[in-house]
Design a protein around this ligand. Structure first.
Ligand code: GNR
Ligand code: NI
Length: 172
């Protein structure tokens, strides 16, 4: 297991479209374990493989990583098969867009299908933070960041803030 470096915007690799996983084998499970370790190390609640530079349709999530009981969730080849007409607005952040939080509107409820750690097909109904996070992670698989849901103005302000923070970090 290893903690991997998380890419940050505007790294072009974050715009890649991730590829379908063909077989759920030990290699894939090792990737997932590295993703969990990287997500926990970064204090995130979710992570898509592309955020560590691997363009595969793999997501990890743990909405409750701090309160003792870990609840690791792994999603392979996730697909949203239903969304509610109801929408919900919630504040989102992203490990690839550090220190920026903005409101994003998305369907309030979703139904997703995905493969689990054993390659078995699962169905999940989600709302609240789970629905928000799953949609946020699935956007990563299409090369989409939460910033892409904002107005052009808000997005450019966020990107400039990010660039400035990177500059300051480099010059110390
Ligand atoms: O850690 C994360 N927190 C978060 C909070 C609100 C909505 C979405 C997220 S996902 C984010 C981790 C991340 O960047 N996943 O891609
Ligand atoms: Ni993210």
């Amino acid at each position: 297991m290893a903690v991997r470096t998380i890419l940050t915007a505007p790294d072009p690799r974050l715009k890649a479209i991730s590829q379908t996983v063909e077989t759920v084998d030990n290699n894939l499970r090792r990737l997932a374990d590295d993703m969990f370790e990287s997500m926990y190390a970064a204090d995130g609640i979710g992570l898509a493989a592309i955020q560590i530079g691997v363009a595969k349709r793999v997501l990890v999530m743990d909405l409750n990583p701090k309160k003792g009981e870990k609840e690791p969730r792994l999603f392979i080849n996730p697909k949203i098969v239903w969304t509610s007409d109801d929408v919900a607005v919630s504040e989102e952040g992203c490990l690839s867009v550090p220190d920026i939080w903005e409101d994003v509107e998305r369907p309030a409820q979703i139904r997703a299908e995905y493969l689990d750690r054993d390659g078995r097909l699962q169905t999940l109904d989600a709302e609240g933070l789970l629905a928000t996070c799953l949609q946020h992670e699935m956007d990563h698989l299409e090369g989409i960041l939460f910033l892409d849901h904002l107005s052009k103005l808000k997005r450019s302000i966020a990107l400039r803030k990010l660039a400035k923070a990177k500059r300051l970090k480099e010059t110390g």
